[in-house]
Design a protein around this ligand. Structure first.
Ligand code: NAD
Ligand code: UGA
Length: 465
Protein backbone atom coordinates (compact mmCIF):
# COMPACT_ATOMS: atom_id res chain seq x y z
CA UNK A 1 0.00 0.00 0.00
CA UNK A 2 1.36 3.43 -0.95
CA UNK A 3 0.50 6.23 1.44
CA UNK A 4 -0.89 9.33 -0.30
CA UNK A 5 -2.31 11.32 2.56
CA UNK A 6 -1.21 11.65 6.18
CA UNK A 7 -3.03 13.35 9.04
CA UNK A 8 -1.26 14.11 12.30
CA UNK A 9 -3.35 14.94 15.37
CA UNK A 10 -1.33 17.29 17.59
CA UNK A 11 0.71 20.24 16.29
CA UNK A 12 3.15 20.42 19.21
CA UNK A 13 6.89 19.99 19.62
CA UNK A 14 6.72 16.53 18.04
CA UNK A 15 3.83 16.70 15.57
CA UNK A 16 4.94 19.99 13.98
CA UNK A 17 8.63 19.26 13.30
CA UNK A 18 8.10 15.55 12.48
CA UNK A 19 5.42 16.23 9.91
CA UNK A 20 7.34 19.17 8.43
CA UNK A 21 10.27 16.85 7.73
CA UNK A 22 8.05 14.06 6.33
CA UNK A 23 6.43 16.65 4.03
CA UNK A 24 9.81 18.00 2.93
CA UNK A 25 11.19 14.54 2.18
CA UNK A 26 7.99 13.10 0.64
CA UNK A 27 6.54 15.81 -1.64
CA UNK A 28 4.16 13.21 -3.14
CA UNK A 29 2.36 12.80 0.22
CA UNK A 30 -0.15 15.35 1.45
CA UNK A 31 0.53 15.97 5.15
CA UNK A 32 -2.07 17.77 7.28
CA UNK A 33 -1.29 18.61 10.90
CA UNK A 34 -4.38 19.32 12.99
CA UNK A 35 -4.91 20.63 16.49
CA UNK A 36 -7.79 21.83 18.64
CA UNK A 37 -5.64 24.76 19.76
CA UNK A 38 -6.61 27.47 17.28
CA UNK A 39 -3.87 29.89 18.34
CA UNK A 40 -1.23 27.23 17.78
CA UNK A 41 -2.50 26.42 14.28
CA UNK A 42 -2.67 30.14 13.45
CA UNK A 43 0.96 30.50 14.54
CA UNK A 44 2.02 27.52 12.38
CA UNK A 45 0.31 29.30 9.47
CA UNK A 46 1.91 32.68 10.21
CA UNK A 47 3.39 34.10 7.01
CA UNK A 48 6.58 34.94 8.88
CA UNK A 49 8.18 31.59 9.79
CA UNK A 50 9.94 33.30 12.68
CA UNK A 51 6.56 33.24 14.42
CA UNK A 52 5.88 29.50 14.26
CA UNK A 53 5.16 28.21 17.78
CA UNK A 54 8.15 25.88 18.12
CA UNK A 55 11.65 27.36 18.07
CA UNK A 56 14.10 24.87 16.56
CA UNK A 57 17.21 25.68 14.53
CA UNK A 58 16.44 25.07 10.82
CA UNK A 59 12.73 24.40 11.30
CA UNK A 60 11.58 27.70 9.78
CA UNK A 61 13.27 26.83 6.47
CA UNK A 62 11.72 23.35 6.33
CA UNK A 63 8.25 24.76 7.03
CA UNK A 64 8.72 27.54 4.49
CA UNK A 65 9.63 25.00 1.81
CA UNK A 66 6.76 22.56 2.31
CA UNK A 67 3.91 24.66 3.72
CA UNK A 68 1.15 25.26 1.18
CA UNK A 69 2.76 22.68 -1.18
CA UNK A 70 2.05 19.41 0.63
CA UNK A 71 2.16 20.55 4.27
CA UNK A 72 -0.95 22.03 5.84
CA UNK A 73 -1.90 23.12 9.36
CA UNK A 74 -5.60 23.11 10.20
CA UNK A 75 -8.19 22.95 12.95
CA UNK A 76 -10.48 20.75 10.82
CA UNK A 77 -9.63 17.54 12.65
CA UNK A 78 -12.54 15.49 11.26
CA UNK A 79 -11.85 16.47 7.65
CA UNK A 80 -8.16 15.63 7.86
CA UNK A 81 -8.79 12.25 9.54
CA UNK A 82 -11.34 11.25 6.92
CA UNK A 83 -9.05 12.15 4.03
CA UNK A 84 -5.96 10.33 5.35
CA UNK A 85 -4.71 6.78 4.72
CA UNK A 86 -2.49 7.09 7.77
CA UNK A 87 -3.29 8.97 10.99
CA UNK A 88 -0.52 9.82 13.46
CA UNK A 89 -1.53 10.49 17.06
CA UNK A 90 0.93 13.00 18.48
CA UNK A 91 -0.97 14.53 21.35
CA UNK A 92 0.36 15.21 24.83
CA UNK A 93 0.49 12.41 27.42
CA UNK A 94 1.39 14.21 30.66
CA UNK A 95 1.57 12.71 34.13
CA UNK A 96 -1.89 12.26 35.68
CA UNK A 97 -2.81 14.96 38.19
CA UNK A 98 -5.89 13.23 39.62
CA UNK A 99 -7.37 9.86 40.52
CA UNK A 100 -5.63 6.50 40.39
CA UNK A 101 -1.99 6.75 39.37
CA UNK A 102 -1.96 10.49 40.21
CA UNK A 103 1.60 11.83 40.00
CA UNK A 104 2.92 8.71 38.23
CA UNK A 105 0.81 7.26 35.42
CA UNK A 106 0.46 8.88 31.99
CA UNK A 107 -2.85 10.64 31.45
CA UNK A 108 -4.24 8.97 28.35
CA UNK A 109 -7.46 10.95 28.10
CA UNK A 110 -6.33 12.82 24.98
CA UNK A 111 -5.20 9.57 23.35
CA UNK A 112 -8.57 7.97 24.01
CA UNK A 113 -10.38 11.04 22.67
CA UNK A 114 -8.34 10.80 19.46
CA UNK A 115 -9.11 7.10 19.09
CA UNK A 116 -12.84 7.78 19.56
CA UNK A 117 -12.74 10.64 17.07
CA UNK A 118 -10.99 8.49 14.46
CA UNK A 119 -13.53 5.71 15.09
CA UNK A 120 -16.41 8.14 14.64
CA UNK A 121 -15.13 9.90 11.54
CA UNK A 122 -13.39 7.22 9.45
CA UNK A 123 -15.20 5.96 6.38
CA UNK A 124 -12.34 3.94 4.85
CA UNK A 125 -9.55 1.65 6.15
CA UNK A 126 -6.72 3.42 7.96
CA UNK A 127 -3.38 2.84 9.58
CA UNK A 128 -3.27 4.55 12.98
CA UNK A 129 0.22 5.36 14.24
CA UNK A 130 1.07 6.02 17.89
CA UNK A 131 3.66 8.81 17.74
CA UNK A 132 3.04 9.99 21.30
CA UNK A 133 5.03 8.22 24.02
CA UNK A 134 2.71 5.67 25.56
CA UNK A 135 2.77 3.07 28.32
CA UNK A 136 3.43 -0.45 27.08
CA UNK A 137 0.16 -2.12 25.97
CA UNK A 138 -1.68 1.14 25.14
CA UNK A 139 -2.19 -0.07 21.57
CA UNK A 140 -4.62 -2.66 22.90
CA UNK A 141 -6.85 0.15 24.27
CA UNK A 142 -6.75 2.02 20.97
CA UNK A 143 -7.46 -1.19 19.10
CA UNK A 144 -10.39 -2.01 21.33
CA UNK A 145 -11.99 1.40 20.68
CA UNK A 146 -11.36 1.27 16.92
CA UNK A 147 -12.58 -2.30 16.53
CA UNK A 148 -15.96 -1.60 18.10
CA UNK A 149 -17.23 1.03 15.70
CA UNK A 150 -19.49 -1.35 13.80
CA UNK A 151 -18.76 0.70 10.65
CA UNK A 152 -16.91 -2.08 8.83
CA UNK A 153 -13.79 0.06 8.60
CA UNK A 154 -10.52 -1.83 9.28
CA UNK A 155 -7.74 -0.30 11.33
CA UNK A 156 -4.13 -1.33 11.83
CA UNK A 157 -2.30 0.12 14.83
CA UNK A 158 1.42 0.83 14.66
CA UNK A 159 3.77 2.16 17.32
CA UNK A 160 6.33 4.61 15.95
CA UNK A 161 7.83 6.46 18.92
CA UNK A 162 9.79 9.63 18.32
CA UNK A 163 13.38 9.98 19.54
CA UNK A 164 14.12 13.58 18.53
CA UNK A 165 15.62 15.86 21.16
CA UNK A 166 14.54 19.49 21.32
CA UNK A 167 17.10 21.98 20.08
CA UNK A 168 18.35 19.44 17.51
CA UNK A 169 14.98 18.22 16.26
CA UNK A 170 15.52 18.97 12.58
CA UNK A 171 18.92 17.23 12.43
CA UNK A 172 17.58 14.31 14.46
CA UNK A 173 14.66 13.92 12.08
CA UNK A 174 16.74 14.32 8.92
CA UNK A 175 19.31 11.73 9.99
CA UNK A 176 17.98 9.65 12.86
CA UNK A 177 20.11 7.01 14.59
CA UNK A 178 17.14 4.74 14.01
CA UNK A 179 13.42 4.77 13.28
CA UNK A 180 11.39 2.27 15.27
CA UNK A 181 8.15 0.76 13.97
CA UNK A 182 6.16 -1.80 15.92
CA UNK A 183 3.13 -3.62 14.53
CA UNK A 184 1.12 -6.81 14.64
CA UNK A 185 2.99 -9.79 13.28
CA UNK A 186 0.01 -10.78 11.08
CA UNK A 187 -0.12 -10.37 7.25
CA UNK A 188 -2.22 -7.18 7.66
CA UNK A 189 0.06 -5.87 10.41
CA UNK A 190 3.19 -6.54 8.37
CA UNK A 191 1.65 -4.73 5.37
CA UNK A 192 0.96 -1.70 7.57
CA UNK A 193 4.52 -1.77 8.90
CA UNK A 194 5.80 -1.89 5.33
CA UNK A 195 3.68 1.13 4.34
CA UNK A 196 5.30 3.22 7.08
CA UNK A 197 8.77 1.82 6.35
CA UNK A 198 8.31 3.04 2.76
CA UNK A 199 7.56 6.58 3.98
CA UNK A 200 10.75 6.80 6.06
CA UNK A 201 12.81 4.98 3.43
CA UNK A 202 12.47 8.09 1.25
CA UNK A 203 15.37 9.51 3.27
CA UNK A 204 16.40 7.09 6.04
CA UNK A 205 18.72 4.18 5.15
CA UNK A 206 16.84 0.88 5.45
CA UNK A 207 19.22 -0.58 8.00
CA UNK A 208 18.27 2.23 10.36
CA UNK A 209 14.57 1.37 10.22
CA UNK A 210 13.92 -1.22 12.92
CA UNK A 211 10.70 -3.20 13.05
CA UNK A 212 9.41 -5.04 16.11
CA UNK A 213 6.18 -6.15 17.67
CA UNK A 214 3.99 -3.35 19.09
CA UNK A 215 4.85 -3.95 22.74
CA UNK A 216 8.62 -3.92 22.25
CA UNK A 217 8.31 -0.66 20.38
CA UNK A 218 6.18 0.99 23.09
CA UNK A 219 8.49 -0.20 25.86
CA UNK A 220 11.69 0.72 23.98
CA UNK A 221 10.68 4.38 23.99
CA UNK A 222 10.23 4.50 27.77
CA UNK A 223 13.44 2.53 28.17
CA UNK A 224 15.49 4.87 25.97
CA UNK A 225 14.42 7.91 27.98
CA UNK A 226 15.00 6.08 31.27
CA UNK A 227 18.56 5.15 30.24
CA UNK A 228 19.36 8.69 29.07
CA UNK A 229 18.00 10.28 32.24
CA UNK A 230 19.80 7.70 34.33
CA UNK A 231 23.13 8.78 32.84
CA UNK A 232 22.42 12.39 33.80
CA UNK A 233 21.44 11.41 37.35
CA UNK A 234 24.50 9.17 37.60
CA UNK A 235 26.92 11.93 36.64
CA UNK A 236 25.03 14.43 38.81
CA UNK A 237 25.26 12.13 41.83
CA UNK A 238 29.02 12.03 41.38
CA UNK A 239 29.19 15.80 40.90
CA UNK A 240 28.26 16.14 44.56
CA UNK A 241 31.01 13.73 45.59
CA UNK A 242 33.48 15.72 43.47
CA UNK A 243 32.62 18.88 45.39
CA UNK A 244 33.69 17.14 48.60
CA UNK A 245 36.85 15.52 47.30
CA UNK A 246 38.47 18.01 44.90
CA UNK A 247 37.92 15.66 42.00
CA UNK A 248 36.50 17.56 39.03
CA UNK A 249 33.38 16.19 37.36
CA UNK A 250 34.44 17.36 33.88
CA UNK A 251 37.68 15.43 34.21
CA UNK A 252 35.88 12.37 35.54
CA UNK A 253 33.37 12.54 32.67
CA UNK A 254 36.19 12.77 30.11
CA UNK A 255 38.03 9.88 31.71
CA UNK A 256 35.08 7.51 31.81
CA UNK A 257 33.60 8.71 28.49
CA UNK A 258 36.78 7.67 26.66
CA UNK A 259 35.89 4.07 27.42
CA UNK A 260 34.09 3.05 24.23
CA UNK A 261 31.71 0.88 26.29
CA UNK A 262 30.55 3.98 28.20
CA UNK A 263 30.89 6.63 25.47
CA UNK A 264 31.20 10.43 25.88
CA UNK A 265 27.61 11.60 25.36
CA UNK A 266 25.11 12.51 28.08
CA UNK A 267 27.75 12.90 30.76
CA UNK A 268 27.38 16.64 31.36
CA UNK A 269 26.79 17.41 35.00
CA UNK A 270 24.05 19.99 35.40
CA UNK A 271 21.59 21.62 37.74
CA UNK A 272 19.29 18.73 36.84
CA UNK A 273 17.52 17.48 33.76
CA UNK A 274 14.27 19.09 32.67
CA UNK A 275 11.98 18.78 29.68
CA UNK A 276 8.52 17.39 29.28
CA UNK A 277 9.49 13.76 28.95
CA UNK A 278 12.29 12.31 31.11
CA UNK A 279 10.46 12.65 34.40
CA UNK A 280 7.06 11.79 32.99
CA UNK A 281 8.30 8.69 31.20
CA UNK A 282 10.28 7.35 34.16
CA UNK A 283 7.35 7.92 36.52
CA UNK A 284 5.28 6.01 34.04
CA UNK A 285 7.79 3.15 34.02
CA UNK A 286 7.70 3.14 37.81
CA UNK A 287 3.91 3.01 37.79
CA UNK A 288 3.73 0.19 35.26
CA UNK A 289 6.35 -1.84 37.15
CA UNK A 290 4.47 -1.43 40.42
CA UNK A 291 1.22 -2.38 38.77
CA UNK A 292 2.81 -5.73 37.87
CA UNK A 293 4.06 -6.05 41.49
CA UNK A 294 7.69 -5.44 40.47
CA UNK A 295 8.69 -3.22 43.38
CA UNK A 296 12.46 -3.65 43.01
CA UNK A 297 12.26 -2.58 39.36
CA UNK A 298 10.09 0.40 40.29
CA UNK A 299 12.38 1.47 43.17
CA UNK A 300 15.44 1.22 40.93
CA UNK A 301 14.09 3.70 38.36
CA UNK A 302 12.45 5.97 40.91
CA UNK A 303 15.90 6.74 42.26
CA UNK A 304 16.76 8.56 38.98
CA UNK A 305 14.01 11.08 39.73
CA UNK A 306 14.93 11.41 43.40
CA UNK A 307 18.52 12.20 42.47
CA UNK A 308 17.34 14.82 39.97
CA UNK A 309 15.12 16.52 42.55
CA UNK A 310 18.03 16.47 44.97
CA UNK A 311 20.33 18.11 42.41
CA UNK A 312 17.95 21.02 41.81
CA UNK A 313 17.37 21.51 45.54
CA UNK A 314 21.02 21.40 46.46
CA UNK A 315 21.85 23.98 43.77
CA UNK A 316 19.34 26.41 45.28
CA UNK A 317 20.63 25.67 48.77
CA UNK A 318 24.19 26.29 47.61
CA UNK A 319 23.17 29.77 46.44
CA UNK A 320 21.47 30.55 49.74
CA UNK A 321 24.36 29.25 51.85
CA UNK A 322 26.95 31.17 49.83
CA UNK A 323 25.02 34.41 50.23
CA UNK A 324 25.48 34.23 54.00
CA UNK A 325 22.38 32.07 54.51
CA UNK A 326 19.95 34.74 53.49
CA UNK A 327 18.71 35.86 50.10
CA UNK A 328 15.81 37.88 51.50
CA UNK A 329 15.51 41.03 49.37
CA UNK A 330 18.64 40.16 47.39
CA UNK A 331 18.58 40.30 43.61
CA UNK A 332 19.56 37.05 41.91
CA UNK A 333 19.86 36.98 38.13
CA UNK A 334 18.88 33.79 36.33
CA UNK A 335 20.47 33.40 32.92
CA UNK A 336 18.28 30.99 30.99
CA UNK A 337 14.79 29.68 31.63
CA UNK A 338 14.43 27.04 28.88
CA UNK A 339 15.17 23.44 29.95
CA UNK A 340 18.12 23.31 27.52
CA UNK A 341 19.65 25.53 24.85
CA UNK A 342 18.19 26.12 21.39
CA UNK A 343 14.58 25.62 22.40
CA UNK A 344 11.82 27.86 23.75
CA UNK A 345 10.35 24.92 25.68
CA UNK A 346 10.35 25.43 29.44
CA UNK A 347 8.44 22.37 30.64
CA UNK A 348 9.96 20.96 33.85
CA UNK A 349 12.92 23.30 33.48
CA UNK A 350 15.27 23.28 36.49
CA UNK A 351 14.96 27.09 36.52
CA UNK A 352 11.36 26.79 37.70
CA UNK A 353 12.22 24.68 40.73
CA UNK A 354 15.33 26.65 41.67
CA UNK A 355 13.25 29.85 41.52
CA UNK A 356 10.62 28.25 43.72
CA UNK A 357 13.23 27.47 46.40
CA UNK A 358 14.66 30.97 46.18
CA UNK A 359 11.22 32.55 46.45
CA UNK A 360 10.52 30.64 49.66
CA UNK A 361 13.47 32.65 50.99
CA UNK A 362 12.00 35.86 49.53
CA UNK A 363 14.73 36.54 47.00
CA UNK A 364 14.14 38.94 44.10
CA UNK A 365 14.70 37.15 40.82
CA UNK A 366 15.53 38.71 37.48
CA UNK A 367 15.23 36.36 34.51
CA UNK A 368 16.75 36.64 31.06
CA UNK A 369 16.33 33.99 28.34
CA UNK A 370 16.98 34.63 24.66
CA UNK A 371 13.89 32.69 23.49
CA UNK A 372 11.43 32.47 26.36
CA UNK A 373 8.74 35.13 26.67
CA UNK A 374 7.87 36.87 29.92
CA UNK A 375 4.34 35.46 30.02
CA UNK A 376 5.71 31.89 29.84
CA UNK A 377 7.86 32.42 32.95
CA UNK A 378 4.78 33.45 34.90
CA UNK A 379 2.66 30.62 33.45
CA UNK A 380 5.34 28.18 34.68
CA UNK A 381 5.53 29.71 38.17
CA UNK A 382 1.76 30.04 38.54
CA UNK A 383 1.36 26.41 37.47
CA UNK A 384 3.42 25.33 40.50
CA UNK A 385 0.66 26.74 42.66
CA UNK A 386 2.97 27.35 45.62
CA UNK A 387 2.14 31.05 45.89
CA UNK A 388 -0.28 33.54 44.37
CA UNK A 389 0.36 34.90 40.91
CA UNK A 390 0.56 38.41 42.47
CA UNK A 391 3.46 37.22 44.61
CA UNK A 392 5.20 35.66 41.62
CA UNK A 393 4.94 38.99 39.83
CA UNK A 394 6.16 40.87 42.87
CA UNK A 395 9.34 38.85 43.31
CA UNK A 396 10.20 37.94 39.70
CA UNK A 397 10.97 40.25 36.80
CA UNK A 398 11.69 39.12 33.25
CA UNK A 399 13.93 41.35 31.16
CA UNK A 400 15.10 41.42 27.54
CA UNK A 401 18.68 42.38 28.26
CA UNK A 402 21.11 40.12 30.15
CA UNK A 403 23.16 43.08 31.40
CA UNK A 404 20.05 44.58 32.93
CA UNK A 405 19.20 41.24 34.57
CA UNK A 406 22.62 41.18 36.26
CA UNK A 407 22.79 44.86 37.17
CA UNK A 408 22.78 45.37 40.94
CA UNK A 409 22.56 41.61 41.56
CA UNK A 410 24.32 39.75 44.36
CA UNK A 411 24.53 36.59 42.31
CA UNK A 412 24.04 35.13 38.86
CA UNK A 413 22.84 31.57 38.31
CA UNK A 414 23.36 30.02 34.88
CA UNK A 415 20.37 27.76 34.34
CA UNK A 416 20.54 27.01 30.60
CA UNK A 417 23.63 26.36 28.49
CA UNK A 418 22.87 29.01 25.82
CA UNK A 419 26.06 29.66 23.81
CA UNK A 420 25.65 33.42 23.96
CA UNK A 421 26.28 33.45 27.73
CA UNK A 422 29.92 32.52 27.12
CA UNK A 423 30.45 35.54 24.87
CA UNK A 424 29.18 38.19 27.30
CA UNK A 425 31.36 41.03 28.56
CA UNK A 426 31.82 39.54 32.03
CA UNK A 427 33.98 42.43 33.21
CA UNK A 428 31.10 44.81 32.48
CA UNK A 429 28.69 42.49 34.30
CA UNK A 430 31.03 42.33 37.31
CA UNK A 431 31.42 46.11 37.46
CA UNK A 432 27.64 46.55 37.76
CA UNK A 433 27.03 43.95 40.46
CA UNK A 434 27.06 44.17 44.24
CA UNK A 435 30.23 42.78 45.82
CA UNK A 436 31.21 40.10 46.49
CA UNK A 437 29.74 39.10 43.13
CA UNK A 438 28.82 35.42 42.81
CA UNK A 439 28.34 33.22 39.76
CA UNK A 440 26.68 29.81 40.17
CA UNK A 441 27.28 27.96 36.94
CA UNK A 442 24.61 25.27 36.81
CA UNK A 443 25.80 24.15 33.38
CA UNK A 444 29.57 24.27 33.64
CA UNK A 445 29.85 26.42 30.52
CA UNK A 446 31.74 29.49 31.71
CA UNK A 447 35.50 29.94 31.92
CA UNK A 448 36.02 29.64 35.67
CA UNK A 449 39.57 30.97 35.74
CA UNK A 450 38.64 34.02 33.69
CA UNK A 451 35.75 34.83 36.01
CA UNK A 452 37.88 34.36 39.12
CA UNK A 453 40.52 36.69 37.69
CA UNK A 454 37.87 39.35 37.19
CA UNK A 455 36.96 39.00 40.87
CA UNK A 456 33.87 36.75 40.86
CA UNK A 457 33.27 34.10 43.50
CA UNK A 458 32.58 31.11 41.25
CA UNK A 459 30.75 27.92 41.96
CA UNK A 460 30.46 25.32 39.20
CA UNK A 461 28.58 22.04 39.53
CA UNK A 462 30.98 19.23 40.38
CA UNK A 463 34.06 21.19 41.29
CA UNK A 464 35.37 21.96 44.75
CA UNK A 465 36.43 25.48 44.22
P1 NAD B 1 2.65 19.27 22.96
O1 NAD B 1 1.87 19.54 24.18
O2 NAD B 1 3.67 20.24 22.48
O3 NAD B 1 1.63 19.04 21.73
C1 NAD B 1 0.48 18.25 21.80
C2 NAD B 1 -0.63 18.95 21.02
O4 NAD B 1 -1.74 18.05 20.91
C3 NAD B 1 -1.17 20.22 21.66
O5 NAD B 1 -1.00 21.31 20.77
C4 NAD B 1 -2.65 19.91 21.92
O6 NAD B 1 -3.50 21.03 21.72
C5 NAD B 1 -2.92 18.84 20.89
N1 NAD B 1 -4.08 18.00 21.21
C6 NAD B 1 -4.38 17.37 22.37
N2 NAD B 1 -5.51 16.67 22.25
C7 NAD B 1 -5.96 16.85 20.99
C8 NAD B 1 -7.09 16.38 20.26
N3 NAD B 1 -7.99 15.55 20.81
N4 NAD B 1 -7.24 16.78 18.99
C9 NAD B 1 -6.34 17.61 18.41
N5 NAD B 1 -5.25 18.09 19.04
C10 NAD B 1 -5.06 17.71 20.32
O7 NAD B 1 3.32 17.84 23.17
P2 NAD B 1 4.67 17.28 22.49
O8 NAD B 1 5.86 17.78 23.21
O9 NAD B 1 4.56 17.45 21.01
O10 NAD B 1 4.53 15.73 22.86
C11 NAD B 1 3.58 14.91 22.21
C12 NAD B 1 3.92 13.45 22.52
O11 NAD B 1 5.21 13.13 21.99
C13 NAD B 1 4.01 13.13 24.01
O12 NAD B 1 3.51 11.83 24.20
C14 NAD B 1 5.49 13.14 24.30
O13 NAD B 1 5.82 12.28 25.35
C15 NAD B 1 6.06 12.62 23.00
N6 NAD B 1 7.44 13.04 22.71
C16 NAD B 1 7.82 14.34 22.90
C17 NAD B 1 9.10 14.75 22.55
C18 NAD B 1 9.55 16.17 22.73
O14 NAD B 1 10.72 16.43 22.49
N7 NAD B 1 8.71 17.10 23.13
C19 NAD B 1 9.99 13.83 21.97
C20 NAD B 1 9.57 12.52 21.78
C21 NAD B 1 8.28 12.14 22.14
C1 UGA C 1 14.93 13.65 25.33
C2 UGA C 1 15.66 12.53 24.57
O1 UGA C 1 17.04 12.90 24.38
C3 UGA C 1 15.01 12.29 23.20
O2 UGA C 1 15.63 11.17 22.55
C4 UGA C 1 13.52 11.99 23.42
O3 UGA C 1 12.88 11.83 22.17
C5 UGA C 1 12.87 13.15 24.18
O4 UGA C 1 13.57 13.31 25.44
C6 UGA C 1 11.45 12.90 24.52
O5 UGA C 1 11.01 11.77 24.57
O6 UGA C 1 10.83 13.91 24.78
P1 UGA C 1 14.93 16.29 25.24
O7 UGA C 1 14.26 16.17 26.56
O8 UGA C 1 14.32 17.16 24.21
O9 UGA C 1 15.10 14.84 24.58
O10 UGA C 1 16.43 16.82 25.46
P2 UGA C 1 17.77 16.13 26.01
O11 UGA C 1 18.89 16.57 25.17
O12 UGA C 1 17.60 14.68 26.20
O13 UGA C 1 17.94 16.84 27.43
C7 UGA C 1 17.07 16.54 28.50
C8 UGA C 1 17.56 17.25 29.75
O14 UGA C 1 18.75 16.63 30.23
C9 UGA C 1 17.90 18.72 29.53
O15 UGA C 1 17.50 19.48 30.64
C10 UGA C 1 19.41 18.70 29.42
O16 UGA C 1 19.99 19.92 29.77
C11 UGA C 1 19.76 17.61 30.41
N1 UGA C 1 21.08 16.98 30.15
C12 UGA C 1 21.29 16.29 29.01
C13 UGA C 1 22.08 17.10 31.10
O17 UGA C 1 21.90 17.72 32.16
N2 UGA C 1 23.30 16.51 30.86
C14 UGA C 1 23.55 15.81 29.72
O18 UGA C 1 24.68 15.30 29.56
C15 UGA C 1 22.52 15.71 28.77
Amino acid sequence: MKIKSICCIGAGYVGGPTMAVIAKKCPQIKVTVVDINEARIAAWNDEDVNNIPVYEPGLGEVVAEARGRNLFFSTDVDGAIDEADMVFISVNTPTKTYGEGKGLAADLKWIELCARQIARVATNDKIVVEKSTLPVRTASTIKSILNHTGSGVNFQILSNPEFLAEGTAVDDLMSPDRVLIGGDQTPEGLNAIQALVDVYAEWVPRDRILTTNVWSSELSKLTANAFLAQRVSSINSLSELCEHTEADINEVARAIGSDSRIGPKFLKASVGFGGSCFQKDILNLVYISRSYGLDEVADYWEQVIKMNDHQKRRFAKKIIRSLYNTVNGKKIALLGWAFKKDTNDTRESAAIYVSDHLLFEQANISVYDPKVKEEQVFVDMDYLNTRSSEENRKYIEVVNDPYEACKGAHAIAVMTEWDEFKAYDWQRIYDNMLKPAHVFDGRNILDREKLKNIGFQVYAIGSAG
